[in-house]
Design a protein around this ligand. Structure first.
Ligand code: 6PG
Length: 240
């Protein structure tokens, strides 16, 4: 299950290609199953991709959008992943609110994780202990090789049975510490995963993730699913 790696000249080209591939996956999934599910990441990198996806005249009917992770802040906060998603994609593409499954960053983290897990169980019609299979999970990677809000050394990386949990960002000072994230088992079950990572500050992490032994506790971005593709630019790929 080795991921495929696609290298583009610029961050924009990588972002646009990742967005176009995403829409193709969603269209095919809806054709196959009548509806489709996508979980999206936050941070800064996906903004350009979302803006491009929003202006492609895509028919969003039957597509449900979930979050891979959220910072524990209110939805209008500058650091809110939901805010970025709303501004860059949801508002522009006029996506029906009832199809958007938000992680409530304004709640206590543990409560938010429980509520989000219940929302996911309802949508997928899951029994106790079952994991959802998203048609598409869009992931990013931090310079410390974290993905979703699974940071290096996070004990819950060992949890492959849970859906979502509250975690702490122990690494990057710039970001909000408390997070809610999908867990490893859910990332692994995805039908498709597209990872978008650009910029020179990701180059060392990308090398470690793709070119060294499997150790997701240290390098969470190594967590892999079926049909996983990396969309990276030249700068991020410089050490491969
Ligand atoms: C978040 C994300 C996170 C992100 C990486 C990369 O909330 O930060 O969902 O997992 O994908 O941190 O973030 P950048 O795109 O800002 O580098």
């Amino acid at each position: 299950m080795d991921p495929q790696i696609l290298i583009f000249n610029t961050p924009r080209e990588a972002a646009v290609a990742c967005g176009v591939r995403s829409l193709g996956i969603l269209k095919q999934a809806r054709r196959d199953r009548g509806k489709a599910s996508m979980a999206v990441s936050g941070g800064g990198t996906p903004r350009m991709m979302f803006e491009d996806m929003a202006q492609r005249g895509f028919d969003w009917q039957g597509i449900d959008i979930f979050q891979v992770d959220e910072r524990c802040v209110p939805p209008d906060h500058a650091q809110s992943n939901f805010r970025m998603l709303r501004e860059a994609l949801l508002d522009r593409a006029e996506i029906d609110e009832s199809r958007v499954h938000r992680i409530k960053g304004e709640l206590a983290p543990a409560e938010s994780a429980l509520e989000y897990s219940d929302d996911i169980r309802r949508y997928f019609g899951l029994g106790v202990g079952a994991l959802p299979v998203f048609d598409l999970v869009q992931r990013g990677m931090g310079p410390d090789a974290h993905t979703a809000s699974l940071f290096p050394g996070e004990p819950q990386i060992a949890d492959r049975a849970g859906i979502a949990a509250a975690v702490e960002n122990k690494g990057l000072e710039k970001s909000i510490q408390k997070r809610v994230t999908l867990l490893r088992g859910v990332l692994e079950q995805a039908r498709n995963t597209l990872c978008l990572a650009t910029g020179a500050e990701k180059a060392e992490a990308l090398r470690l993730v793709l070119r060294t032994g499997f150790n997701p506790m240290k390098l969470p971005a190594q967590i892999v699913s079926a049909n996983m593709v990396w969309f990276v630019d030249q700068a991020a790929a410089a050490q491969l």
